[in-house]
Design a protein around this ligand. Structure first.
Ligand code: ATP
Length: 388
């Protein structure tokens, strides 16, 4: 989901320290949904802990906006600060730092109770009114297995992995769909080079098709900036409509790219009772691992099988063939063993993967060693999906 401008913004933001941890805000994983369009309009969300105070959030937000806005080629910056929910499954992941009542019982209730679907916000795409998420999922009767790709933390490459897995699954002969439900930072349009809006036919949204994968992204339906402030009922409505208003037809497997963390999207998917299982993507370093454990725990608590853990950006291969472990060696594998989740494999850091993603040409569809890595992961996932 990045382009050269995004990379420059990332490095400018990496110059801003979080006084609480002494690390920069990129290293702390606080920047989510970073995007930029051809006109140089940049957007991102700055995600804080629930414990962060409002003043501190506003200072960092101002600094971040200023740093991005000062870059050549940036015409506008839209950024908001949100609070990161705790890992408790009864809470959503994001709530605005500025919102006074974010812990109030009524806001908890409205997030996840079935009655929440009766909210006026339940129809975010402005389509016809729909029943609850469980019922919406019934319209996916032609879809044999549904796999959520999740990560505890942002920026670990979850969307890149989800997209390439979908391409590899399709290449293996399976009818495959990719539902990009990463509400706060949809990437599928960039990863597949899809620019235009999807067509409607007989009242249903038609998924796009690329590399044999049927693709629908929330980013094809709305401007991601609109979704930044969405909470429980809106998110639930969006997930429901991505399931029931899209003409998915018959699929062997549907991959769902979820937002980082554990929040309303995950709960909506779990409530749909259609998840075959979840795959967790993590980088090797400790901070990402702590979040990964929380993700695994949410799925386990709700009896959603954890198909396994994928370690991304595991190492960089040097020209002489040596491996450089930039984020530590084998951390995700060890963590998977500790928590008793299968380890599916490691994906190295491929500079070409980032380029391929920016160019809208998934690496899994190319003649590249990375394509074999995704092929192997896809084979394990489809085998596991058949057994669940
Ligand atoms: N194995 C890899 N090698 C090189 N670059 C990678 C790799 N995996 C991901 N990337 C790059 O890292 C960046 C972040 O990846 P991506 O957007 O998939 O992460 P994410 O976890 O989905 O992020 P978000 O939290 O914003 O949803 C992108 O520029 C992507 O191209």
């Amino acid at each position: 989901m990045s382009n050269p401008l995004i990379l420059r913004v990332r490095s400018a933001l990496a110059g801003i320290d979080n006084p609480k941890t002494g690390r920069n805000i990129i290293a702390d994983g606080m920047i989510h949904g970073l995007g930029a369009d051809d006109e140089g309009r940049v957007r991102f969300t700055l995600v804080f802990d629930e414990s962060a105070d409002r003043e501190e959030a506003e200072v960092l937000l101002t600094q971040a906006k200023k740093a991005a806005g000062a870059l050549e080629g940036v015409s506008a910056v839209t950024a908001v600060a949100t609070a990161h929910g705790s890992a408790k499954p009864s809470q959503g992941r994001h709530s605005p730092v500025s919102q006074q009542s974010r812990h109030s019982p009524s806001s908890q209730q409205s997030r996840h109770s079935p009655q929440a679907t009766a909210s006026a916000h339940e129809n975010p795409f402005g389509l016809k009114n729909k029943p609850r998420v469980e019922a919406a999922a019934e319209t996916l009767s032609g879809v044999k297995s549904i796999i959520a790709v999740a990560s505890g933390k942002g920026g670990v490459g979850k969307s890149t992995v989800a997209a390439n897995l979908a391409v590899a699954l399709a290449a293996s002969g399976l009818q495959t769909g990719l539902l990009d439900a990463d509400i706060y930072g949809p990437s599928a349009p960039t990863l597949f080079g899809i620019k235009d809006k999807p067509a409607m036919k007989d009242g249903k949204i038609q998924p796009r098709e690329a590399y044999g994968v049927k693709i629908m992204s929330i980013g094809m339906l709305i401007d991601p900036e609109q979704a930044i402030a969405w909470r429980g009922p809106m998110v639930m409505g969006a997930v429901r409509q991505l399931m029931s208003d899209v003409d998915w037809g018959d699929l062997d497997v549907m991959i769902i790219d979820t937002p980082p963390g554990t929040g309303d999207t995950h709960l909506s998917l779990i409530q749909s009772k259609r998840l075959t299982g979840a795959v967790i993507v993590s980088t090797p370093q400790e901070m990402a691992l702590a979040d990964m454990r929380r993700g695994v725990s949410l799925f386990r608590q709700t009896e959603t099988p954890v198909i396994g853990v994928i370690e991304n950006m595991a190492w960089l291969e040097l020209p002489g063939g040596e491996r450089q472990y930039l984020f530590g060696e084998g951390g995700a594998k060890k963590a998977a063993e500790t928590i008793g989740a299968p380890f599916l494999g490691a994906i190295p850091l491929y500079p070409e993967l980032r380029q391929a993603s920016d160019d809208g040409l998934p690496l899994a569809a190319r003649d590249h060693p990375g394509a074999d890595v995704f092929k192997d992961l896809a084979a394990q996932i489809s085998k596991a999906a058949r057994s669940h």
